[in-house]
Design a protein around this ligand. Structure first.
Ligand code: FES
Length: 585
């Protein structure tokens, strides 16, 4: 890789003998940094999403210190900076509403400050795609370090994945099979350490995809959060960031169409979260890669599930780590990967692959003896989802993947919560539960409401799954026959808004179809009468007003329309941001 064209980016700030150079160096020295410490060295930004309201990222200060050691050891100078952070559990109404805000914060912080490269510290679900989106747009050399899976929770002597098993326990409470006292004990036991959710939920999926995209060092994604090796890889990422700065290896060099194919293949091989689809579409949009939903369907048709990890399998990510981690998964699906894709190591995927296979084939299987066959994910289209919807077949009931049943329609989440447990609700095990006004604009923020609860009266009859359809997302730790991300959403005038109680819904995930068996004439009539639900009150002002106005639909990654595409030629970027500079003290 050629040296960074024009030398270090930070030289624009610090090398000049003019007034701006004086001001910039003076600012650094006011922070206690001598000229010896930073002058002429690659400046490595450490973009830290640490926050006390993001429990999954609470160990990031220690990780940042380790990154700092690596940067210094390699001859760079580290500068840590904060951005907004997104905590999946505490942030309301949903972190997805703020993913683009964080991405903008990350992008502008990287662009505005004198960084030659950046280490992105992300962990909890949306922090990782937000940082990748921002870094992709800024296109300053970057490497990501994810936080690692938390230690497994143990309840009643059994190791649990809180996200995955929680849904079962909630059903137990609702069906009277678990006492409230035990439920409280579960609450206390649920989070035994820092780190992201320990099963293959959205956070672990995104960490895996970072490795698949080539945006981190091989083998980092699955190292447990509390394992000392996580700090060691943090040091290595810091050191590598110095190399990236001098080599000028940028996100746009690494996140190519081949890299996205590799990431999607990995997502399918590990049975990853459907949320990753939305995020990958958005990240691809930022680097100008024309990625579409159909590519996920195509790659799903050839990629089996080779990792036995929850929610699709039995284990937690920690066991995946001990079986060889993501490099062993990549080795298992080597024949499905683009071997020549470049990574942040400066080498290709093929160069980085281990020479040996997984150490435990009960956790990571070979390609020819997978845990589940291909087609673990399907993209469905039809008169109910003209622009597509997705279903995670590997987490669904096989007998429901081809199903017809009468719709039971809920106008919005409030309506759902008010009526789903009504003993008089006209619902049977064959019914198809439909939720609308839960998409990017309608909710707003496309929350994880897609795993609609099964009415208690059916739970008591032993019903454990039903076909559920919505324009929402679903937690990466959830399961069930849930058709998600229906596009366009009802609030954008999509036909999901036209469904009425009793309409027969036809799902054929195998054939990629989702239709309501209603005549075209009737749908035309309904369309003339249809009035989308008005925007939620929180969208009346500020960021949320802009979000609702400019967010794209799920099939385009829910990014803002004005952020899609590469912003400018990176070589010109420091000059552009300095243009018109008149000083500032
Ligand atoms: Fe933060 Fe799951 S809640 S990763």
């Amino acid at each position: 890789m050629a040296p960074s064209p024009g030398g270090l980016r930070s030289a624009k700030w610090f090398a000049g003998q003019d007034v701006p150079g004086f001001v910039h160096r003076s600012a650094m020295r006011a922070s206690g940094f001598s000229r010896m410490a930073f002058e002429g060295r690659p400046i490595v930004g450490i973009c830290n999403s640490w926050s006390e309201v993001v429990n999954c990222n609470m160990h990031f200060r220690g990780m940042a210190d380790a990154v700092r050691r690596g940067v210094l050891a390699a001859g760079g100078f580290p500068l840590e900076f904060p951005t907004i952070s997104l905590g999946e559990q505490l942030m309301k109404p949903t972190t997805m509403l703020f993913r683009n805000l964080m991405a903008m914060d990350v992008e502008e912080s990287i662009r505005a400050y004198p960084f030659d490269s950046v280490v992105l510290l992300g962990g909890c679900d949306k922090t990782v795609p937000a940082q990748l989106m921002g870094a992709a747009s800024a296109d300053v050399p970057a490497i990501m370090l994810t936080g690692g899976p938390a230690a497994p929770a143990v309840f009643r002597g059994k190791q649990i994945g809180v996200g995955t098993d929680l849904w079962e326990y909630i059903d137990d409470v609702r069906a009277g099979r678990m006492s409230m006292a035990d439920y409280e004990k579960l609450e206390a036991a649920a989070g035994p350490s820092r780190g992201h959710c320990p099963e293959m939920g959205t956070a672990s999926t995104m960490a895996t995809l970072v490795e698949g995209l080539g945006m981190t060092l091989p083998g980092t994604a699955a190292v447990p959060a509390m394992d000392s090796r996580r700090l060691q890889v943090a040091e290595e990422c810091g050191a590598r960031a110095v190399g990236l700065a001098t080599e000028g290896l940028r996100p746009s060099h690494i996140m190519t169409a081949e890299a996205f194919d590799n990431a999607i293949t990995l997502m399918l091989a590990v049975g990853g979260s459907t949320n990753a689809i939305v995020h990958l579409l958005a990240i691809a949009g930022r680097v100008g890669i024309p990625l579409h939903l159909d590519r996920f369907h195509e790659l799903s048709a050839r990629t089996p599930l080779v990792v036995n990890v929850r929610p699709a399998g039995e284990h937690l990510v920690e066991q995946v780590f001990h079986a060889g981690g993501i490099p062993a998964v990549m080795k298992a699906v080597e024949d499905l990967l683009h071997p020549d894709a470049l990574t942040v190591t400066g080498k290709t995927v093929a160069d980085n692959l281990p020479t040996t296979a997984a150490t435990d084939t009960s956790v990571i299987a070979a390609l020819d003896s997978p845990f589940q066959p291909p087609n673990g994910l399907a993209v469905v289209r039809g008169n109910l989802a003209p622009d597509g919807a997705v279903i995670k077949c590997s987490a669904a009931s096989p007998e429901l993947l081809v199903h017809q049943g009468p719709a039971v329609v809920f106008e919005n989440m409030k309506d759902l919560m008010a009526r789903f447990d009504d003993p008089d609700l006209d619902v049977s095990p064959d019914s198809v539960l439909v939720l609308r006004s839960a998409g990017p604009r309608g909710a707003p923020g496309m929350p994880e409401w897609g795993q609609l609860p099964i009415p208690s009266k059916l739970l008591r009859q032993g019903v454990t799954d039903m076909v559920r359809i919505s324009d929402a997302r679903m937690s990466g730790t959830a399961y069930g026959t849930c058709v998600l991300h229906v596009s366009p959403e009802s609030a954008a005038g999509g036909p999901l808004g036209l469904v009425r109680d009793g309409d027969i819904i036809s799902l054929d995930a195998r054939a990629g179809r989702l239709d309501m068996l209603v005549s075209d004439d009737e749908l035309t009539t309904r369309r003339t009468e249809f009035r989308p639900q008005p925007p939620h009150a929180i969208a009346a002002r500020g960021y949320t007003a802009m979000y609702v106005d400019r967010v794209l639909q799920a099939d385009r990654g829910c990014d803002f329309d004005f952020l899609v595409g590469r912003s400018q030629r990176p070589e010109d970027e420091p000059d552009a941001i300095f243009e018109g500079w008149v000083g500032g003290w």
